[in-house]
Design a protein around this ligand. Structure first.
Ligand code: 6PG
Length: 242
């Protein structure tokens, strides 16, 4: 496998600025070539600055479709909601059509049904050829200190999914359930971009990009877009360059 495209930036502002440029470039190319930009947003805290930086960006919002890479099983107004974070930082501040923001209804009592419904929504909007997985233009991902990404956590069942694009995933380490894109959905994307910031990610980043292959222990290793581009935007602290 070719060496990963790792771009080391000084700090969070550096990662944010590089990510903004990359997102806008991917979006413009997608809209130009296919009339639409479909992106799955990452949760957590690192991407908040990126989302805020996209307010006022010169994007053709009517041709943008916003999805989520994963969601916690909480209502959309809950402090832990990835949707809430993105809406507050970005989505509520730009002229996106409400029907173009596709939230995961993770507050449902039936997480499996919510995951199936989200998979159908991806199919409906992205309309892949028969038998093919929906193809996002961009998936934004973070990296946990335990090398999880999206809600693909070490040792969890979702790591073994090879067919479905979205599943509910029990995470015993957190004592919670999540809904997440799977490797098939992520690896079908045209572009996957990791945003990794902070010394607490150094060990995970090292294991994932330079350690022995062990996807169950280091789930982010399972991200390898088949016909797409994988880029890591990492600050010096996480890259171990300080
Ligand atoms: C989530 C994210 C998760 C996140 C990592 C890194 O729902 O929490 O999808 O995968 O990207 O945990 O989070 P930070 O960016 O906050 O470090």
């Amino acid at each position: 496998m070719s060496a990963p495209d790792v771009r080391v930036l000084a700090d969070l502002p550096g990662v944010t600025s590089a990510a903004r440029e990359l997102v806008l470039s991917i979006a413009r190319e997608a809209i130009e070539k296919r009339g639409r930009f479909a992106v799955a947003l990452s949760g957590g805290s690192t991407p908040r600055a990126l989302y805020a930086s996209l307010v006022g960006a010169p994007l053709d919002w009517d041709h943008c479709q916003i999805f989520f890479g994963d969601e916690r099983c909480v209502p959309p107004e809950h402090a832990d909601s990835n949707f809430r974070m993105a809406r507050e930082a970005w989505l509520s501040k730009v002229p996106l059509l409400p029907t173009h923001v596709h939230r995961i209804y993770a507050e449902s009592d039936d997480a499996n049904a919510a995951a199936e419904e989200y998979a159908r929504e991806l199919e409906r909007v992205l309309a892949p050829p028969p038998g093919e997985l929906p193809r996002l233009d961009l998936v934004l991902l973070g990296l946990g200190p335990d090398a999880h990404t999206a809600s693909l956590f070490p040792g969890t069942r979702a790591l073994a999914e090879t067919k479905r694009s979205v599943v509910a995933n029990d995470v015993p380490a957190l004592g919670t359930r999540r809904i997440t894109l799977t490797y098939p959905a992520i690896n079908a994307a045209r572009h996957v971009v990791f945003l990794v910031v902070g010394a607490d990610k150094r060990a995970a980043f090292e294991s994932v990009t330079r350690g022995a292959r062990d996807v169950s222990r280091f789930p982010a290793q399972g991200v390898a877009p088949k016909g797409g581009e994988l880029v890591w935007l990492v600050d010096r602290a996480a890259a171990g360059a300080v």
